[in-house]
Write a protein of this length. Sequence first.
Length: 170
Amino acid sequence: MNILDAVKKRRSIRNFQKKEIPEELIDKLTESLVWAPSAGNLQSRKFYFIRDEAVKKKVAEAALNQGFIADAPLVIVGCTDSRISGKYGERGVSLYSIQDVACSIMAMMLVAFDNELGTCWVGAFREEEVARILNLPMNLKPVVIVPVGYPSKIPLPPLRASKEEAVEFK
């Protein structure tokens, strides 16, 4: 896979086929999450893989009723781990652990795309409600929900800012 091509061709998928994801692909997604870089290699992140229909429905409702989430065969919830504060203090909790989750999720999204799976980054949700649904310990905070599945519809590419608008050289 050409990685730049994958970055350009990957889309946010909100329509999924009713098709289960094979276990060997689930293993690849898991590997991609744990091999992503993390601040100080502390790996201050945890991921929940949800396949239970009732739990997916509750998570979709907590995500401001974004029903497409529950339609995916797999929903991943990425959480930060505040135990990073022991090494990096408040900056570790409020920034580094979020970056750790973001790096992991992007790596997973690219692996998913390479394996013909679709994903969508969902950040709009009621955090406390998701934490309650998943019975998270106090040190974990959900920061992203990612439905994963085989796309039934692939949207056209959205407009992007030009390189000149997005990047400034000094």
